[in-house]
Design a protein around this ligand. Structure first.
Ligand SMILES: C=CC1=C(C)c2cc3[nH]c(cc4nc(cc5[nH]c(cc1n2)c(C)c5CCC(=O)O)C(CCC(=O)O)=C4C)c(C)c3C=C
Ligand code: FE2
Length: 383
């Protein structure tokens, strides 16, 4: 085996408050997050949304210490993975490639080239595949690869998703069991999985397998846990004026409270590290909603971070990828160029070609104004 590298992919997050706006700009400039009918609109819209959202988002980052812990934790996971692989007989360099903030994927690739890596496993730190996360990183890497003959010499493989890995399921089950055993009625508490949502159009128009993988993952974790507690899966963190996967976490919490549920054990399911959506959104916003609705216990299961069972699971995923047939970027799910990732029916009217052009332009203008109004009018994006 040649010089081995493992490239861990993640979303990234602002290290400090000044980073929030440019981080949001990078996120919304990604056509895998919001795709508009004209690519020319992407940058102005990203600028608009990031500028409008920055203040609220900064307030949230302030509440968790002024920045995202995602880089620190992902670096710790990388180091722990390197030692675990070493113990399992594999000397590997581990790199971090974040999609929207430092260390950017491009920085990791430059280092991989400097280190003259010959064999590379590309492992997203998202257990389930979504076009908006893993898919976006793979598409970026695919573009980088196509333009770089040196990279094309590397024997690489990608791991599209690994939510069904037995060690990962065990790590999640252990973390849940520990938390369950701390509540008043461990056998009755409701296990509440909260996954990051995506717009419904990702699933229905673009064929994103995310919802299926999340549902399967929750069911497999429950099997591993092997307890008879009731459970529910809901989706958090919706952004903007389109329909996202349902049930929404806040609505589901209120419904359970109305049904008389008193104890919730909340499991963040699509994240493997603590970050703003666990530390602020779940721990603060949803806790408040739950307590207000009459839930007496709101216990949150920690993200796996550097949990040893979880790190061993990551090492197993890497070793399996090395022994399996290599998977290329092109083999993974990619939305077609014209896929609607955002509802576009609004500008599909008009009788003649030129009328259609003008209708389209007016509709786009209207759409921008509508977005602006919705973003400003609602005052907060996570509803
Ligand atoms: C599986 C994980 C994730 C999916 C799917 C996902 C889709 C998705 N996200 C946004 C918009 C935002 N996400 C933001 C932060 C954020 N998102 C994820 C993970 C997934 N996103 C993580 C790990 C983080 C946190 C990074 C950190 O700073 O700790 C944010 C910024 C937060 C904020 O402004 O409050 C936005 C915005 C969309 C639109 C989307 C799918 C289309
Ligand atoms: Fe997100």
């Amino acid at each position: 085996m040649g010089r081995l590298g493992v490239l861990l992919l993640n979303l990234g997050g602002p290290d400090k408050l000044e980073d929030v706006r440019p981080f949001l700009y990078n996120l919304f400039a990604d056509p895998e997050i919001i795709r508009l009918p004209s690519p020319l609109l992407q940058a102005p819209l990203a600028w608009l949304i990031s500028t409008l959202r920055a203040k609220k988002s900064q307030e949230n980052y302030k509440k968790i210490g002024g920045g995202s812990p995602i880089r620190r934790i992902t670096e710790a996971q990388g180091q722990a993975l390197r030692s675990q692989l070493q113990q399992n007989g594999h000397e590997a360099h581990v790199y971090l490639g974040m999609r929207y903030w430092h260390p950017f994927t491009e920085e990791a690739i430059a280092q991989i080239k400097r280190d003259q890596i010959e064999e590379l496993v590309i492992l997203p730190l998202y257990p389930q595949f979504s076009i908006s996360t893993t898919g976006s990183s793979f598409r970026l890497l695919d573009r980088i690869w196509k333009n770089d003959p040196d990279l094309q010499k590397i024997k690489y493989t990608v791991v599209p998703s690994w939510y069904d890995n037995s060690g990962y399921l065990q790590a999640m089950a252990n973390l849940i069991a520990t938390k369950l055993d701390q509540v008043k009625n461990p056998s009755e508490a409701y296990i509440f999985f909260s996954a990051h949502g995506v717009p419904v159009s990702y699933i229905e128009e673009a064929g994103d397998p995310y919802q299926k993988e999340i549902e399967n993952c929750a069911a497999l974790i429950m099997q591993k846990l092997n307890r008879s507690n009731p459970y529910k899966l809901a989706y958090q963190s919706r952004v903007g004026p389109v329909e996202w996967l349902q049930p929404y976490t806040d609505v589901a919490i209120k419904e359970l409270a109305q049904q008389g549920v008193k104890e919730l054990v909340v499991v963040p399911i699509s994240f493997v590290s603590e970050h703003i959506e666990t530390l602020e959104e779940i721990d603060m916003e949803y806790r408040e909603i739950a307590e207000h609705a009459g839930i007496e216990t709101f216990a949150r299961v920690p993200a796996p971070d550097t949990d040893p069972t979880f790190i061993q699971a990551l090492a197993n995923v890497v070793m399996k990828a090395l022994s399996d047939r290599p998977i290329a970027f092109a083999e993974t799910i990619q939305p077609q160029k014209n896929t609607k990732l955002y509802p576009q029916e609004r500008w599909e009217w008009g009788m003649t070609q030129s009328a259609e052009v003008w209708n389209g332009r007016l509709a786009m203008l209207g759409f921008l104004i509508l977005l602006l109004e919705l973003w400003l009018g609602r005052g907060q994006i996570f509803q």
